[in-house]
Design a protein around this ligand. Structure first.
Ligand code: UD1
Ligand code: CA
Length: 469
């Protein structure tokens, strides 16, 4: 008993197949669920079992599949996809151990929980059998292997090989197994491809092992986990379940999700408490939202970081950073490299790219700002545009602290507007403007000092309220 308890667990994830029923140019296990490739779900679930080693059998689009695997995983190559039995043979070639448990996991069962895998291993060990298979009683069993168990012998027949009577069985194979290493090695050597698909079926070993050293079934407790993915409809169903799990988790941690039905939050997203997510919102990739924010409605953020107390409505963010207390939208587009400082604002119909906007600065309406650095407390009037691209190269625009740019101004980069300078409405700025000067015209020329006094008082935006509309 002690020996059995201490025998190592090795895991093999089968992920070499094409997934024909997906009708896709991409390998099935690479299709994502809430932003994470399907194969990574089973790999995470395996963590609960603590395998000594996890091998992933790759084949179809091997390089692409390898690229998404965590670094501690050992990929093994199945050159030709000759069936699940052959895939396990390939994995076994890479395993030297003679004693232990081999946990075999199909790569297309993303909903299986760590708890279930641990339960399967536990059952396998306590029963002291050669093989244990995870099963479920399903109303719709079509397409799956049908399972029968009788006096320690488990038989699995594939749908394609099943008789009419066997097709009426609704106990199905979920594609998760625990084997005694020595038993699976011996049994696989006996498997042939004499079946309707001409493949080496892993499922054939169950009967062989059962006759020799008994096999048992283990029923999954939560039927949700039995949602295997073979086609796009299954993919949508699995994603719906994972999406709900993610939302529930955020809600449990103190996030208000106004309309879970229309809210999509990917697996890696983080959200602080008391933040409200409004309908029609997508939060993707490595997005991180602070606390006390209001995000949405209809907002789509990827890899975007939002500070505490910020407001982002009807907007799109890609690789942007939004400072605390900052307001974005409606209808703003923040592109990669956008960094908005604390309590700043990017308002309606503005596009910002690769630009730093300083604290309390405002880009309130209808602007394009690209490759720029805006200091603190500056204000860009409606329709201010940086001409950052001359058709060949991108150039930078630098706007100092406290600068006021009038409406409908074009800033022809490279150009620097000095601190506290003013640019009159409709100007086309082709040359640097020194600090504290007022420039107007087309091209803009300096005419006198910037208005005295007001420019140094109060906050940007507030002091120029009259032109802020
Ligand atoms: C398999 C089972 C079936 C079970 C179902 C659960 C067999 C013979 N049948 O059928 O009883 O109900 O899973 O989903 O095992 N793979 C490889 N190399 C190959 C073939 C497949 O790595 O040569 C991988 C696939 O990438 C996939 C997994 O094995 O992740 C299962 O393969 P799939 O073709 O989907 O098996 P099913 O026909 O669904
Ligand atoms: Ca399958």
């Amino acid at each position: 008993m002690f020996q059995r308890e201490s025998a190592p667990i090795l895991a093999a994830v089968l992920a070499a197949g094409k997934g024909t029923r997906m009708k896709s140019n991409r390998a099935k296990v690479l299709h994502t669920i809430c932003g994470v490739p399907m194969v990574n779900y089973v790999i995470s679930a395996l963590e609960s079992v603590g395998p000594e080693r996890t091998l992933v059998v790759v084949g179809h689009q091997a390089d692409e599949v390898k690229a998404v695997l965590p670094s501690e995983i050992d990929p093994v190559l199945q050159e030709e996809q000759r069936g699940t039995g052959d895939a396990v043979r390939v994995a076994l070639k890479a395993i030297d151990d003679e004693e232990g448990v081999l946990l075999v996991v199909n790569g297309d069962g993303p909903l299986v929980s760590g708890k279930t895998l641990a339960g399967l291993v536990e059952r396998h060990r306590s029963a002291g059998v050669g093989a244990t298979v995870l099963v479920a009683e399903l109303e719709a069993a079509t397409g799956l292997g049908r399972v029968t168990e009788d006096a320690g012998v488990v038989r699995i027949v594939e749908e394609q090989d099943a008789t009419e009577a066997e097709k009426r069985i609704n106990l199905v194979n979920l594609g998760l197994y625990a084997f005694k290493l020595s038993e699976i090695r011996q049994a696989l050597a006996l498997v042939d491809a004499e079946n309707s698909q001409g493949e080496l079926y892993l499922t054939d070993v169950l009967e062989i092992i059962g006759r020799k050293s008994r096999a048992v079934i283990h029923r999954v407790e939560n039927l949700e986990e039995a949602n295997l993915v073979n086609d796009r409809a299954h993919l949508a169903k699995a994603e719906e379940i994972v999406r709900r799990r993610i939302l529930d988790e955020h809600m449990r941690r103190g996030v208000t999700v106004r309309d879970p039905v229309s809210t999509h939050i990917e697996a890696a997203v983080e959200i602080g408490r008391d933040t409200v997510i409004l309908p029609g919102t997508f939060l993707c990739g490595e997005t991180k939202i602070g606390s006390d924010c209001v995000i949405g409605p209809s907002t789509d953020l990827s890899d975007t970081v939002v500070g505490d107390g910020a407001l982002v409505e009807h907007s799109v963010g890609r690789g942007a950073t939004v400072g605390p207390g900052t307001s974005v939208g409606p209808y703003a587009y923040l592109r990669p490299g956008t960094v908005l400082g604390e309590a700043s604002k990017v308002g309606a119909y503005c596009e910002v790219k690769n630009t730093k906007v300083g604290a309390k600065s405002k880009v309130p309406h209808l602007s394009y700002v690209g490759d720029a650095e805006i200091g603190e407390g500056a204000n860009l009037g409606a329709g201010a545009i940086t001409a950052n691209y001359d058709g060949k190269n991108k150039h930078r625009t630098t706007i100092g602290d406290g600068v006021f740019i009038g409406i409908n101004t074009n800033l022809i980069a490279p150009v620097t507007i000095g601190e506290d300078a003013y640019v009159g409405a409709g100007s086309v700025v082709t040359k640097d403007i020194p600090p504290g000067k007022l420039a107007v015209g087309m091209p803009a020329r300096v005419i006198r000092d910037a208005p005295e006094g007001e420019a140094k008082e109060g906050e940007a935006g507030d002091r120029k309220k009259s032109q802020d509309g």
